[in-house]
Design a protein around this ligand. Structure first.
Ligand code: HEC
Length: 195
């Protein structure tokens, strides 16, 4: 029994030292052009999903998240800060997103997998070792409005999105003038930016 335990410990030590040697020798490729191995992908994805669920567990969703006024504020925030990486219905993502690894996912799909509290946590804290920034300098009210928009995003058509963007401009609710150019649908971007 003792020899079995000793052999397992020695084997574990060899694996650990081997891993350390590979990293220290610079053999691990950090290039964004080189995809992760399936094992690394699984580890990172599982760590991300479990961490988000655990950290967001106590977050209470404020009432009235489906209020259309919140969605309008949210779409303004999304068009100004998020569409450049994540795209939007009828809006391709910008140049900065193309070389990112991991790639910013299409949120029409991703928003379905998370609860409002989890989405809020992601927006406020960002995701380590990816291009996803923390938006902790934005107000909680603004972030909840963005969550309200994300919850409406699955299945949203180009026309619906363009309509919301125009409604947000008519509402005059944006204080980030100039940020919109890359994020507004191409058919509507020029005439509505000059207010
Ligand atoms: C600079 C590019 C960039 C910007 C800007 C950005 N994101 Fe992200 N985002 C990413 C990347 C890259 C990921 C993927 C992270 C990962 O896979 O670990 C991500 C992941 C996410 C996720 C989790 C998706 C999933 O499948 O788990 C959500 C939700 C999200 N972003 C929402 C937003 C919102 C809302 C905004 C605007 C307030 C925003 N992002 C702005 C790059 C960006």
């Amino acid at each position: 029994m003792r020899t079995v335990i000793a052999s397992i410990l020695v084997a574990a030590l060899v694996v650990l030292l081997g891993g350390f040697a590979v990293i220290y020798a610079g053999l691990y490729d950090v290039a964004a052009t080189e995809p992760h191995s399936p094992v690394t992908s699984w580890l990172l994805e599982t760590a991300r999903t479990r961490s988000i669920k655990a950290h967001a567990a106590g977050i209470q969703t404020p009432p009235g998240l489906d209020d259309p006024a919140k969605v309008i504020i949210g779409v303004e925030h999304y068009a100004a800060h998020c569409a450049v990486c994540h795209g939007a219905p009828g809006v391709p993502n910008g140049d900065i997103a193309h070389g990112l690894y991991p790639q910013p996912p299409n949120l029409s799909e991703a928003a379905k997998r998370y609860s409002p509290g989890e989405l809020f946590w992601i927006l406020k804290n960002g995701i380590k070792m990816s291009g996803m920034p923390a938006w902790s300098d934005h107000s909680d009210a603004e972030l909840w409005s963005t969550v309200a928009f994300l919850k409406r995003l699955p299945g949203m058509s180009e026309q619906e999105y363009a309509g919301l963007v125009m409604a947000s401009m008519a509402h005059g609710g944006h204080d980030h003038a100039g940020d919109h150019d890359s994020a507004t649908p191409s058919t509507h971007d020029t005439s509505h930016n000059q207010q």
